[in-house]
Write a protein that binds this ligand. Structure first.
Ligand SMILES: C[S@@+](CC[C@H](N)C(=O)[O-])C[C@H]1O[C@@H](n2cnc3c(N)ncnc32)[C@H](O)[C@@H]1O
Length: 323
């Protein structure tokens, strides 16, 4: 009944959809450890994901307050499965952030995965930045002091607002070729164009600070119905950096409301995603269906109704003991 594309796990998918450019989306309501273990070895070129940060978010079934060692050991197991299904020249982009009262989380996670992968690039996802006109000098497009982007403000006498997260780019060898100019930026000083062999066009490497703001929203529950989603632009940039032409299938083991799936459809590549939360997957399916494509097919799971009134800690909240 469900379309076979060689990427099915033992379980029937929750949702399958097809984009206009041939990319398929297959979403599973399944624990990613079990689900990814069912995928064939070396079957995906890119993994983009953001796991739970273990900061006390009230997920539907996941316990987001594990002892740190258990949390790291769990992500280590996920990393082992990711390493098994990732192609030898594949890229594993892992987005992790901390909270002001515990900024070591992403660094501890990176240390755990260092046992399995080479850290080829450490990218900083900048959510908000302030630039003083006086610091940049005579840039034609900057006419005054600017502060752009969004973050969740905290009240604290000792912690700064957290305006960034990491995107760790892990590979198996540390020498996976990248399409840097696919996420490049125009030269500010146009006299650089043609100056070097590598500067034939008006495009240079963006570097490892990526400003990807959340969209401005008016109603959180309808417009950002997940406590810790990333903007679609984040997986989109990761896949482009790896190289769209070298990517057939992207895996997101913690797919949430499907931001990676939407990015894949936009780029015409296939996506396989797992999540244990039926409400998030329902929204993911809705988002995929709203993209151009075949409209998708959904299998509704038999689960108790979702309690959206639960208190949730958001990415960027400070955590306990602020002052
Ligand atoms: C940080 S969120 C990912 C959000 C996603 N990047 C997005 O933009 O929607 C982590 C997700 O992992 C899911 N999750 C927790 N434990 C899981 C598990 N064992 N297997 C699969 N998903 C899990 C949670 O339900 C949550 O949606």
């Amino acid at each position: 009944m469900w379309p076979k594309n060689g990427m099915e796990t033992a379980k029937a998918p929750y949702f399958t959809g097809k984009g206009p450019d041939g990319g398929t989306v297959v979403l599973y309501l399944e624990d990613c450890l079990e689900g990814v273990a069912g995928l064939p070895p070396s079957s995906v070129e890119v993994v983009v994901t953001s796991p739970p940060y273990n900061i006390g978010v009230a997920y539907h079934s996941h316990n987001d307050r594990m002892p740190r060692e258990d949390y790291l050991a769990w992500l280590g197991k996920v990393g082992q499965q990711v390493g098994r299904v990732l192609a030898d020249d594949g890229s594993f982009f892992l987005n992790v952030g901390g909270i002001p009262s515990d900024p070591w989380i992403p660094l501890d996670v990176a240390q755990e995965l260092r046992k399995l992968f080479v850290l080829q690039n450490a990218i900083h996802w900048v959510k908000s930045i302030a630039i003083n006109k006086a610091d940049v000098g005579n840039y034609p497009n900057i006419t005054g002091d600017i502060a752009v982007g969004h973050y969740k403000p905290i009240t604290s006498g000792r912690f700064l607002n957290d305006c960034h997260e990491y995107i760790f780019h892990f590979t198996k060898t540390g020498s996976v070729p990248l399409d840097r100019l696919a996420v490049g930026v125009p030269y500010q000083d146009k006299s650089n164009i043609g100056r070097w062999q590598s500067a034939r066009d008006d495009r240079r490497c963006r570097g490892n600070t990526w400003f990807i703001p959340y969209q401005t929203i008016r109603d959180r529950s309808s417009q950002r119905p997940h406590p810790s989603s990333f903007p679609v632009g984040l997986p989109e940039m990761c896949i482009k950096l790896h190289g769209v032409g070298r990517t057939k299938t992207v895996l997101d083991p913690f797919v949430g409301i499907g931001s990676t799936a939407v990015a894949c459809l936009r780029l015409g590549v296939s996506c396989i995603g797992f999540d244990t939360d039926p409400e998030y997957l329902r929204i993911a399916a809705e988002r995929v269906r709203s993209q151009p494509g075949d409209g998708g097919r959904e299998r509704l799971p038999q689960v108790p109704p979702y309690d959206s009134a639960q208190g949730r800690l958001e990415k960027g909240d400070a955590g306990p003991d602020l002052r």
